[in-house]
Design a protein around this ligand. Structure first.
Ligand SMILES: Nc1ncnc2c1ncn2[C@@H]1O[C@H](COP(=O)(O)OP(=O)(O)O)[C@@H](O)[C@H]1O
Ligand SMILES: [Mg+2]
Length: 375
């Protein structure tokens, strides 16, 4: 592949040369799947789950060509029917090499469902879309699993944003999926998602269908010094370098969340003529806040008055260890501790605010900057 113009990729997975570290995590996911274990991958948004899944599948495709890997993102799905459609598109037709025989098999298998087959113009890989009749979702899902089962091939299926299934009005989906996966000897799953309370409950509560059916994996920030080295390997080509101190500041400011660090590095790389200074980084961050301000305005408008007040106060403080303390409440003229508590819970559930061992902070640093500029 031709080298990219900018090696700090801010969207999608562009190959191992642009992917930083995650060696240990990659190895443990591959090992788990190889040893017949499913994985639940949990991390806050934009930490690197989706990228890691693609990286893992890329490695498996290189080293274990008999294994079939499928990636399904169910974030945009609103009900079981749409989820089954997403699964069908990701899996059917791609299970075997794209051949007439393979497609005949799919057609036979799904004969009683209305479906359309389209072929990728370049690769010739077929995509199957199913037209699922109402009340046929469960049967169709069963057929998709059965199709993988009968293929005999070892299959790894990643379902991204898995917590989405809890938003569907269809009931009993956890139990349904669990019952299929339990009896498929050749199919293993990666369930990924960002709402760790939700996923943990789903996979670690005794009374839930998925109880102890997967190995939990929490993805933290990239190792700072490996990340800096990764960045400087690219800056070296431009005869530049980001100093240890500046990188540390950037990494800390972004709470180590990969995407936020990465978008800044992408812009810094673009300014190839300028030395990498505090001033340049600051300018780039201002630019990014400015560009995203319509989005931030929407976030802000969606909050209640109390939530907005609490968010602004946290943004001003950067990090708040005791948000219910008299001191904090008085300083920002917030309402009673109990309404601060209620607002915080909502902000946390919406992943506007996150909590770690030193306290609460606004997860999106650019949004925090925007909030601080408000008054
Ligand atoms: N290991 C990595 N190396 C390089 N960039 C990464 C890495 N992990 C994440 N990123 C960057 O962060 C962005 C968000 O990662 P993504 O995998 O989409 O996060 P998540 O799925 O957890 O929300 C990616 O688009 C990419 O720009
Ligand atoms: Mg993702």
């Amino acid at each position: 592949m031709k080298a990219l113009n900018n090696p700090f990729v801010t969207y999608g997975y562009k190959g191992p040369e642009y992917f930083c570290d995650r060696e240990q995590e990659t190895k443990s996911i591959i090992t788990a799947l190889h040893n017949e274990r499913n994985i639940t991958l949990v991390a806050p948004r934009r930490m690197g789950k989706t990228g890691l899944i693609h990286h893992v599948f890329n490695q498996i495709e290189q080293t274990q060509p008999d294994v079939r890997c499928f990636y399904v993102d169910i974030f945009p799905t609103k009900n079981l029917q749409q989820m089954v459609q997403a699964m069908a598109r990701a899996i059917l037709g791609k299970l075997d090499s794209p051949s007439q025989t393979a497609m005949r098999k799919v057609t036979q298998f799904f004969g009683r469902f209305r479906h359309t087959v389209t072929y990728d113009e370049i690769t010739g890989v077929p995509t199957v879309s199913l037209d699922i009749a109402p009340n046929e979702e469960r049967n169709t899902l069963k057929q998709i699993f059965e199709y993988m089962h009968q293929s005999g091939a070892r299959c790894y299926v990643a379902i991204d944003e898995f917590q989405q299934i809890l938003q569907y009005s269809d009931t009993g989906i956890e139990a349904l999926i669990r019952s299929y996966i339990q009896f498929l000897p050749n199919v293993y799953f990666i369930f990924a998602g960002s709402q760790h309370h939700v996923l943990e409950q789903m996979f670690s509560s005794v009374n839930r269908p998925f109880f102890q059916s997967t190995q939990m994996m929490h993805l933290g920030p990239l190792d700072e010094s490996k990340y800096r080295k990764f960045a400087n390997d690219f800056f070296k080509v431009q005869n530049r370098e980001i100093s240890t101190k500046l990188f540390h500041q950037l990494y800390e400011t972004m709470h180590g969340v990969t995407w936020y660090v990465h978008v800044v590095l992408n812009r810094v790389y673009q300014e190839a003529e300028k030395p990498i200074t505090h001033k340049l980084i600051d300018q780039v961050m201002r630019e990014l806040v400015e560009e995203q301000s319509p989005v931030f305005q929407n976030y802000y408008n969606a909050m209640t008055v109390n939530q907005a007040a609490v968010a602004v106060a946290i943004a001003r403080e950067q990090k708040v260890a005791k948000p219910l303390s008299q001191d904090f409440i008085a300083r920002y003229r917030l309402p009673s501790p109990s309404s601060v508590q209620t607002s915080l819970e909502k902000l946390e559930a919406n992943q506007i605010v996150l909590r770690n061992s030193d306290g609460y902070f606004i997860y999106d640093h650019f949004f925090a900057m925007w909030l601080r500029d408000l008054v």
